[in-house]
Design a protein around this ligand. Structure first.
Ligand code: DC
Length: 232
């Protein structure tokens, strides 16, 4: 088989908000030459669009329609980062705002929204060569992924990480506000009926509470094998 047709490995990284999975997944993708896909950003995009259009986050039919008709595309920026373009507009900053943080779990709990976004995610991952992060990647989106990781950390540590991230972006939020938001999202994400946050039976579990990003990245790279012999 020619090199162009070789199928590269896929890596699923799941875990709760603030577990460090996005930062880690992005780094792993760059270091292993794979494409990084942030599935949470897609749920955030639909939430942002609903808020902008004044659609109630309890109106499941309208949310499902939005998820089906909205174009969501990741484009690589000159600095190597990937931005989310929604219907052609770069919404990467706005999807991290507090109104979106507060509403996204409701949107992500809607069955038809999930069906539409899972389909888009599976298309993006169909040819392999991706590191995808989310909540249901190992269980639903890419059950065939060669590697599945489930990252977690204590709720206090996860809230501190999110708070530092938002502060660094100049957002004025209190740690208490973030703690409440994370606890609320944990509750909704893990108890919802459709594809709740749950490790795949064959996922490797890692508690990152006491670990730096570098340590987590190294741990995963060791598992996957830095020499890329895992690339099929
Ligand atoms: O990873 P994040 O914080 O950007 O995710 C935003 C929300 O979307 C979060 O509440 C869980 C939900 N989500 C999901 O249900 N399934 C995914 N694959 C990714 C995110």
């Amino acid at each position: 088989m020619s090199d162009r047709r070789r199928k590269k490995i896929s890596i699923a990284v799941d875990g709760p908000a603030g577990s460090g999975k996005s930062t880690v997944a992005r780094r792993i993708a760059v270091e292993l030459g794979l494409l990084y896909i942030d599935t949470g950003a897609m749920y955030r995009g639909i939430t942002l669009k609903a808020l902008r259009q004044g659609i109630s986050l309890h109106n499941e039919a309208a949310l499902a329609r939005l998820a089906k008709e909205t174009s969501l595309e990741f484009r690589e920026m000159p600095d190597g980062s990937h931005h989310l373009f929604m219907d052609g507009e770069d919404v990467s900053e706005e999807i991290r705002s507090m109104p979106v943080n507060d509403g996204v779990s409701l949107v992500a709990a809607v069955k038809e929204v999930r069906a539409a976004l899972v389909e888009k995610q599976q298309n993006l991952g169909a040819r392999g060569g991706v590191v995808m992060d989310g909540r249901d990647i190992g269980t639903v989106v890419l059950p065939q992924a060669e590697w599945k990781f489930f990252l977690t950390a204590s709720p206090q540590e996860r809230a501190r990480r999110r708070w530092r991230e938002l502060k660094a972006k100049g957002l004025d939020v209190s740690l208490a506000e973030i703690e409440a938001n994370i606890a609320n999202r944990d509750e909704i994400d893990s108890t919802r009926k459709v594809n709740p946050l749950r490790p795949a039976a064959d996922a490797l579990f890692l508690d990152t509470t006491e670990m730096s990003i570098e340590e987590v990245v190294d741990w995963i790279k060791k598992k996957v094998g830095e020499d890329k012999t895992n690339v099929l």
